[in-house]
Design a protein around this ligand. Structure first.
Ligand code: 9WN
Length: 439
């Protein structure tokens, strides 16, 4: 990371500043995404955080994943939030008394000793576990790290592939926008429009105590998030009946990447990874079959409810499959063209890849997942570009992530045109993934 002028800033290097964020957000057994806005453990945040943390402390990185997996439900699901009991209930909404995991989740096997949410987030964990192992194989082997996490990761994938194949074609569906992780992406506008929102007066949004309303989802969005989560809870978190069911390319691509990682973990443990690699390849074929749109030049989401079909919105989720090794060459070439073309403008009009189509009607450079650029998607695309030999673009994206992460105090997200910080600063995965690219 030799950027003119950047390294002269304050004492130390980006490494030191990023490590300081991870230190400040560390609770003793896991890392919060943000001290104010998100004061608990989040599932995919922890995976990304572990990937960076491995450069500071491989032991803490292993612990991060172990803590999350200790809250796994008996049916295999890894909850999207593991609540910290010492944080006041009103610090984050929805709080444990909303999810009621211990009682409402009993049939699905929610843990009794820790409170969690009942929905999930993208399965980045096996990929993270493998990368964490690689950072210090000696420590990992001496602690039996992979041997301990492997059965849990395998059960997690099994849950997704068996309980969440709601379309019957092999791909996994999300049943809530929070599950996919890009909460208010315009990709959800049509599938969400059918959901009757919970009345705004029936809940209190803690996020507005810390975040600017114009950078956050709207009250109407929240009404729908609350309705969906309430219905899921009131049906004991049983799968199959949700009014919202979407096959998302990013969620599925991350599952496939993690399935490849799980194959490597199996091999390291002396078993064979062949079946898992083959399954990942079959899932890749299903992803192409179900979600690839040659005319748009990216993957789209598939709505399984209402009038089923592809959602004609271009979200960054449609570029994330670039991560996959087994994609046909013409598809990777098209994805790279789309990334650099008028809809995402990377290397031309934008400084970091926007979360949504610059030319889309719903584009808003500041509102959360409706336009701002995020660092985790930047990291995933950098990896994809590098894996497919697009080295100059990968280098440009790496430099952009490092420069903007550092310049914004590790912001949650940024205006894709100006690089202006939005949301929280001192954000966990921004610091962690910058740290990873720095190395
Ligand atoms: C709901 C923690 C999480 C991220 C998500 C991001 C945001 C939560 C919220 O924060 O979602 O899960 O309250 O807005 O959209 O990707 O995991 O950082």
């Amino acid at each position: 990371y030799d950027l003119p002028g950047a390294e002269s800033a304050s004492e130390g290097s980006l490494h030191v500043r990023a490590a300081r964020v991870l230190e400040a957000n560390w609770t003793g057994s896991s890392t919060v995404p943000s001290l104010n806005l998100y004061p608990h453990q989040w599932s995919w945040d922890s995976a990304f955080i572990a990937i960076g943390l491995r450069h500071v402390s491989p032991l803490r990185a292993q612990t991060e994943l172990e803590t999350l997996l200790a809250a796994q439900w008996a049916d295999g699901r890894v909850p999207h939030i593991v609540f910290n009991p010492s944080v006041p209930l009103d610090a984050y909404f929805p709080s444990p008394d909303f999810w009621r995991s211990v009682t409402a989740g009993r049939a699905a096997g929610a843990p009794r000793t820790v409170q969690t949410s009942g929905i999930v987030q993208p399965p980045v964990h096996a990929l993270a576990a493998w990368l964490v192992h690689l950072a210090d194989p000696v420590l990992s082997r001496s602690r039996g790290f992979l041997a301990r996490v492997y059965p849990r990761l395998a059960a997690w994938h099994r849950y997704l592939l068996h309980r969440r194949d709601l379309g019957g074609a092999g791909l996994v569906s999300v049943v809530h926008p929070w599950e996919q992780g890009m909460d208010n992406s315009p990709c959800w506008d049509a599938p969400l429009a059918r959901i009757v929102p919970a009345p705004a007066r029936s809940f209190r949004r803690a996020d507005l105590d810390h975040g600017a309303p114009e950078d956050r989802p709207t009250d109407l969005d929240y009404g729908r998030y609350v309705r969906l989560a309430t219905d899921y809870r009131d049906h004991a978190y049983a799968d199959g009946r949700s009014e919202f069911a979407v096959e998302d390319p990013a969620f599925n691509a991350l599952l496939i990447a993690s399935e490849h990682a799980l194959a490597r973990i199996a091999t390291e443990l002396g078993a064979t990874g062949t079946a898992r690699h083959a399954r990942a390849q079959r899932l890749t074929a299903a992803l192409v079959e179900r979600l690839w749109d040659p005319a748009a030049g990216l993957f789209l989401c598939r709505d399984l409810r209402g009038e089923p079909g592809l959602v004609r919105e271009r979200g960054v989720c449609g570029l994330i499959p670039l991560l996959l090794p087994g994609l046909p060459r013409d598809i990777t070439a098209a994805l790279v063209r789309t990334l650099c073309g008028p809809h995402f403008g990377f290397g031309d009009r934008t400084r970091l890849v926007p979360s949504y189509d610059l030319l889309g009607e719903a584009f808003d450079p500041h509102r959360y997942w409706r336009g701002p650029a995020w660092f985790n998607t930047g990291w995933l695309l950098e990896r994809g570009l590098r894996a497919h030999g697009e080295l100059p673009l990968a280098d440009a994206l790496r430099t952009a992530v490092l420069r903007l992460a550092d310049a914004t105090g590790f912001a949650e997200y940024v205006d894709p045109y100006t690089g202006e910080a939005c949301g929280a600063t001192g954000f966990g995965w921004t610091a962690a993934l910058a740290l990873d690219l720095y190395h």
